[in-house]
Ligand binder design. Structure first.
Ligand SMILES: [Zn+2]
Ligand SMILES: [Zn+2]
Length: 573
């Protein structure tokens, strides 16, 4: 057998041999196979050089190394979570040789900190996946000069496919990703080699002066992912780019005329062929600027959401036969097919009692897509609803209840005039006859309380509008107590009650009518007190066993006249 196994020294010491993946656990590595006893290496490069096709090299911890994958080698570089590979001074970090096939995966970081050197140079076939990060974390030398420490984060001269990976670049001098060749004289195969870059869902590419520069002989396909620029262009396409999905944005607020996508160039070799289709979203103050002179590959938009201006230089050929646009198409472009230009208006709706409203936002009056801004740059997934206010009800009495008959009332909304179904108000009912009771009735017209032992009189006046206030106190059976005299003032219409015969006689001499003994108060000192209060405004006296009622009236200004007489207790049911 010609198996080679790679493992860390600590595993070797315990004589455990494993199939791949092979671990690189420290800065010393052991090489083991069956014909050789062992060979110690101290570099990832040595491990790579000795790996057989299909091996996985695991990389852990912080490593400083610049590595090359030899031509035609097939392997996987598996980064452990948090692992970081940084270049040796003035070298690229990872260089993949021609016809090599390499998958770089795992939640680690590959970075480069040297001027004019990249984190990844791909000349073979490479896949980025598994959450790997490629980064240029600094872009300035000690003197603050950008040009002395700047370059692409990744350069593709082969076939590079990006899935779940982040490629970033803090600088604004070089692009983040270069696909193709800066100079046509450097292109292999007599200038016929093609660099193919494919971006898929899960990819995040940002930073650099342009996030992706699709250069000479570059073929760029975007199926998904997020490509954003803070400086110049998210995508600068000089060759051939096919955008079928993904989110491409220039989010530099000072970008001005700088577009999310720039297509074409003046150079003799530039093709500038760009197609946008599918569910691609292209967003910027200017979404697409196209300018093709030499070969004029042309711009074709047949789908996607174009958020921002379409800026067409006179020289460029443009076909628009699909897609949604937030801005009117430029003069001279005759769309065909299913092209929709949004008509965006400000929208809001006040809530009513029963219907919710909606907060101010922007909406296409045709397709009803919703936005945060009037240019339609920022989508609004769902406008904020304002809850219905509910009715502002007040009770309205439809029919007053009587002693015998129920009344009715309903609720009325003062805002929308809605009425609820009426509900019944119970009949008031009436006080039943009680032996030896003194009944109290209230006249709502003059405010007088009338006290009577005559149940028929009580029933009569409460039938003609007086309020039934029930049994107030008791009269003594068989007229055995202290008489309470009733006198009537024909001028005021008020009655007065007193146990003081002299007071009664004085009032009668002043013109009051003597209505004789009204009832008999208790002559037992232990009987319950009945309090008398006097209203100095109206002149009425009021009698009550209820001390709280008495105190309340005194607090309103009535005079407390103490205990008027005593009474037996009112029987309870
Ligand atoms: Zn629309
Ligand atoms: Zn209402």
């Amino acid at each position: 057998m010609k198996m080679k196994k790679w493992m860390g020294a600590c595993l070797m010491a315990s004589m455990v041999l494993t199939q791949s993946p092979v671990s690189v656990l420290a800065n010393e590595f052991e090489v083991v196979n069956e014909s050789e006893v062992s060979q110690t290496t101290n570099s990832i490069q040595q491990a790579i050089d000795n790996a057989k096709d299909g091996d996985t090299i695991q990389i852990q911890g912080e490593q400083t190394a610049s590595i090359s994958i030899p031509d035609s080698k097939k392997l996987t570089l598996q980064f452990a979570k948090g692992a970081r590979l940084t270049n040796e001074a003035n070298k690229d970090t990872i260089t993949i040789g021609q016809r090599a096939t390499v998958t770089i995966t795992g939640e680690g970081t590959i970075q480069n900190t040297s001027h004019a050197k990249a984190a990844l140079i791909n000349n073979g076939t490479a896949v980025l996946d598994g959450g790997i990060k490629l980064d240029r974390p600094n872009d300035h030398d000690q003197n603050g000069s950008v040009a002395r420490n700047s370059y692409y984060t990744a350069v593709n001269h082969g076939t590079l496919t990006v899935y779940r990976a982040t490629i970033s670049n803090v600088g604004d001098f070089s692009s983040c990703v270069e696909n193709g060749w800066f100079s046509s004289k450097d292109i292999p195969d007599s200038g016929k080699a093609v660099a193919k870059l494919t971006i898929n869902d899960g990819a995040y590419i940002s930073g650099g002066i342009n996030s992706i520069k699709n250069d000479e002989n570059g073929e760029l396909t975007i199926n998904g992912g997020t490509i954003t620029s803070n400086h110049q262009y998210a995508i600068m396409n000089w060759n051939k780019a096919e955008i079928k999905g993904g989110y491409i944005e220039n989010n530099n607020p000072n970008a001005g005329a700088k577009a999310a996508i720039y297509n074409g160039n003046d150079s003799a070799t530039s093709i500038g062929k760009l197609t946008i289709s599918g569910d691609a979203v292209v967003k910027g103050e200017t979404a697409v600027f196209t300018k093709s002179v030499a070969k004029d590959g042309g711009l074709t938009i047949s789908g996607g959401e174009i958020k921002g201006k379409l800026n067409v230089a006179q020289s460029s050929s443009v076909t628009v036969n699909g897609g949604n646009f937030t801005e009117k198409l430029p003069e001279g472009i005759k769309p065909s097919g299913n092209v929709h230009v949004h008509t965006i208006k400000k929208v809001s709706k006040d809530p009513t009692c029963t219907e919710p409203g909606v907060e101010e936002h922007y909406e296409c009056t045709v397709c009803h897509k919703t936005y945060l801004d009037e240019k339609g740059l920022n989508d609004l997934a769902k406008p904020t609803e304002i809850p219905a206010t509910g009715h502002t009800y007040t009770w309205v009495i439809d029919k007053e209840p009587t002693k015998d008959e129920a009344g009715a009332k309903y609720q009325y909304c003062v805002v929308c005039h809605h009425k609820t179904d009426p509900v019944s108000i119970p009949a008031i009912g009436y006080t039943e006859k009680v032996e030896n009771a003194v009944y109290r009735a209230y006249n709502p017209n003059n405010g007088e309380h009338l006290y009577t032992t005559n149940y028929d009189e009580f029933m009569h006046i409460t039938n003609i509008g007086w309020h039934d206030e029930g049994v107030s106190f008791m009269t003594e059976a068989n007229k055995e107590g202290n008489p309470v005299y009733r006198v009537y003032n024909p001028n005021s219409g008020l009655h007065h009650y007193t146990t003081d015969e002299n007071e009664k006689n004085t009032l009668v001499s002043l013109g009051w009518h003597d209505e004789k003994v009204s009832w008999y108060a208790s002559n037992k000192p232990q009987s319950a007190p009945v309090f008398r209060v006097y209203n100095p405004n109206g002149g009425q006296h009021h009698y009550t066993m209820n001390q709280q009622e008495k105190n309340a009236l005194v607090s309103y200004g009535w005079h407390d006249e103490g205990i008027a007489f005593r009474t037996s207790l009112v029987p309870t049911k």
